[in-house]
Design a protein around this ligand. Structure first.
Ligand code: GLY
Length: 588
């Protein structure tokens, strides 16, 4: 029966919509895929993208040159952490909308010899002068664009210190060796891809308004770069060279820090050189959950990702998802109802745990998950207006980018970092080539007021001096019997949590190989607005059944760009999301 089902292969790097990809060349190579053991019905609605196989090591990133650089470092004898540092710097050159020096992120490290997970928090911090109502006018209303396209939008960047922390503590190669490829790319120039040309064209109104940005990313006559053109980033090359020679102090002190602070102040921001000098990276304890016998590790606060992935998985564990059938109306209903409840809690309880008490253990407890699902009606959607965040707990962007790396020793890296919006605030610190984030928008400007992703935040995520804004970034590592099973993560703002969650559930509940789990159409519910956001690829029957249950559906563009590696008895399988044109997995 299964052999009669046509498997559709998607050509990597081509096209960005799943629908478009469904139309692309069908090639049958079923033998390369994990043998499916779940119902063939799951294959009827999705494109199947080949995983990349390798015996020893694998790199999966959103940009092909960075992937190659990561693999080269592994081949030179570097470990996964070395490769991550090289990729982190390379993406700042090759994927300027999300790869960065001027942003921040989270890195999960799996140290194979110690069977230990380390969570590195290099999220941006609010400047010392930041205060709760800094985005409100006299009437107490949120002033448009202040937290997004303005000097005040910029948090103190953490990427350079984060990458240096990882390298110094867990890497083996020199900073010079790891940064050389990025410096060379910035100096010699990169060939502009169609993806980069499109995004620079789409963003021109926002980016061109800053002369320091316009000068780098647009031609002298104001036109944008076309695919095939060469983009040189000479200032960025200089900055990278300084960091390579002097380490993180070249970014947080000295001429680069002076340029960052003065550019921000010229854009009416408040970030100072002292803020840069005071920045710190923190190692935190990863959030750990157990899902059907697998150990799931993800990012703790100031990310909400780990807590809510585990919370939703805990709720889902009470259902026989496999029996429902993948992306059946019952499956999507169950996903949406559990997501809705988790995002309601997010709005109340989540913030930087260095500043507020986040009831982590309560939110990730199996007992609380059981309590939460008691009012899920299998036949009817619960309106979000009837769901409130629980106050009496039992106790106590396509704009971001992710990469996953596994080395030949079994060490793994799951790293998500961001400028927040595409190209962040749009402001380049003059003379440095560094695009600066607009991460301050991830705070709640006013409790109850939605941020750029429509997420509602509460008091726990109010702005405070030196606090880190709440994130959804969810670099995740899944172990089976303490051995590496899955490394995954994605960009996508508020959809990061639900996208990562669906990859995990697809491989565990539906026994999909990692490419199938990646390609399968995704859904998302975040409590408010009360809609299930869906990708193309669900059947009309399914969407009708969901509407009968009372759900409102919204077909929107694709969600996320997962970069995943699955470890199997046969070796490593990498899968870069076919939703992003230039993403690539390469193995050795
Ligand atoms: N800036 C998106 C996030 O951190 O979730």
């Amino acid at each position: 029966m299964f052999s009669l089902i046509k498997k559709i292969s998607v050509i990597p790097f081509v096209g960005s919509s799943l629908f478009f990809q469904l139309l692309i060349t069908p090639i049958v190579h079923a033998a390369q895929l994990n043998p499916p053991t779940s119902s063939p019905a799951i294959y009827s609605q999705m494109a199947i993208h080949h995983p990349v196989w390798a015996k020893n090591a694998m790199v999966a990133t959103q940009e092909a040159i960075a992937t190659k650089i990561g693999l080269d470092i592994l081949k030179q004898g570097g470990n996964a952490i070395d490769a991550a540092v090289a990729v982190g710097y390379a993406l700042a050159v090759t994927l300027p909308r999300a790869g960065n020096l001027g942003g921040g992120g989270f890195m999960l490290v799996y140290l194979a010899d110690k069977k230990q997970i380390v969570a590195i928090d290099y999220r941006e911090k609010a400047p010392a002068a930041a205060f709760r109502d800094m985005y409100l006018n006299k009437q107490g209303e949120v002033i448009a664009n202040r937290s997004t396209f303005h000097g005040l939008a910029i948090g103190v960047p953490g990427t350079v210190m984060g990458l240096e922390h990882a390298r110094k503590n867990y890497g083996t190669l020199s900073r010079k060796q790891l940064m050389a490829p990025a410096i060379e790319l910035a100096k010699q120039g990169i060939v502009v891809t169609a993806d980069l040309a499109n995004s620079l064209s789409a963003m021109q109104e926002r980016l061109k308004k800053w002369p320091s940005t316009r000068q780098i990313f647009y031609k002298k006559d104001g036109s944008h770069y076309q695919a095939g053109d060469t983009l040189k980033q000479t200032d960025l090359a200089k900055t990278l060279t300084l960091i390579s020679q002097q380490g993180e102090s070249a970014f947080y002190q000295g001429e680069v820090a002076t340029a960052i602070a003065s550019s921000i102040q010229q854009a009416d921001g408040m970030l100072t050189q002292q803020d840069l000098k005071d920045y710190n990276v923190v190692e935190r304890q990863a959030i750990q959950g157990n899902y059907r016998g697998y150990q799931v590790f993800s990012m703790p606060p100031p990310s909400s990702g780990g807590i809510h992935i585990v919370q939703i998985l805990n709720m889902l564990e009470n259902y026989d998802l496999a029996a429902m059938g993948h992306n059946s109306a019952q499956h999507i209903h169950t996903l949406a109802e559990t997501m809705r409840r988790a995002y309601a809690d997010r709005s109340l309880h989540l913030g930087d745990s260095d500043f507020v008490k986040v009831p982590v253990q309560a939110l990730i407890s199996k007992a609380y998950a059981k309590q939460l699902i008691t009012n899920i009606n299998p036949d009817k959607a619960t309106p979000s207006s009837e769901i409130k965040p629980t106050t009496d707990l039992p106790y106590e962007s396509d704009q971001t980018t992710h990469f996953s790396i596994v080395d030949k020793w079994g060490n793994a890296i799951s790293n998500t970092y961001t400028l927040n919006y595409s190209y962040g605030s749009g402001i380049v610190a003059k003379g440095t080539g560094i695009l600066l984030n607009n991460e301050m928008d991830d705070f709640s400007a006013k409790p109850g007021h939605p941020n750029g992703y429509g997420l509602i935040g509460g008091e726990a995520n109010a702005i405070e001096s030196g606090k880190r804004p709440l994130s959804s970034m969810s670099p995740t590592i899944v172990l089976k019997d303490k051995e590496l099973f899955l490394v995954t993560g994605t960009p996508g703002g508020s959809r990061i949590i639900t996208t990562t969650l669906q990859v995990i559930s697809n491989v565990i509940d539906y026994n999909m190989n990692i490419a199938e789990a990646t390609s399968a159409p995704r859904i998302h519910h975040q409590w408010l607005p009360d809609v299930i956001r869906i990708e193309a690829g669900l059947s009309a029957d399914t969407t009708r059944l969901l509407q009968v249950k009372g759900h409102q559906l919204q077909l929107k563009s694709t969600m996320g760009s997962t970069q995943s590696i699955m470890s199997t008895e046969r070796g490593l399988y990498g899968a870069s999301d076919p939703r992003t044109p230039s993403s690539s997995s390469l193995g050795d």
